[in-house]
Design a protein around this ligand. Structure first.
Ligand SMILES: [Zn+2]
Length: 91
């Protein structure tokens, strides 16, 4: 039998859920929701949007933007201190 004879062949080749069963420890194997790596039972389509509208948002100082800004600033300070050390040791 050819593959395109079976109307379910497209459904059976759909990407599978990457979650692992809590109960059996085996992969879920359910079809993943389009645009997600997991099935509808394992969190696809769920969750809050990131940012100010997220219920856990407090002050924004731990947002992705602030974390990367702080990292950049700390790197610059570290670099400046290394340069300072270099100048002090050459005296
Ligand atoms: Zn699943």
């Amino acid at each position: 039998m050819k593959d395109d004879d079976n109307p379910m062949s497209a459904a059976n080749t759909a990407p599978r859920c990457t979650a692992r069963s809590k109960r059996t420890g085996k992969p879920c194997q359910g079809p993943a929701v389009a645009g997600w790596t997991v099935c509808r039972f394992h969190g696809a389509g769920g969750g809050h949007p990131a940012g100010k509208d997220h219920p856990s948002w407090r002050h924004g100082m731990r947002s992705q933007k602030w974390i990367s800004e702080r990292k950049m600033l700390n790197d610059m300070v570290r670099e400046a201190r290394a340069m300072e050390q270099l100048i002090e040791t050459t005296d």
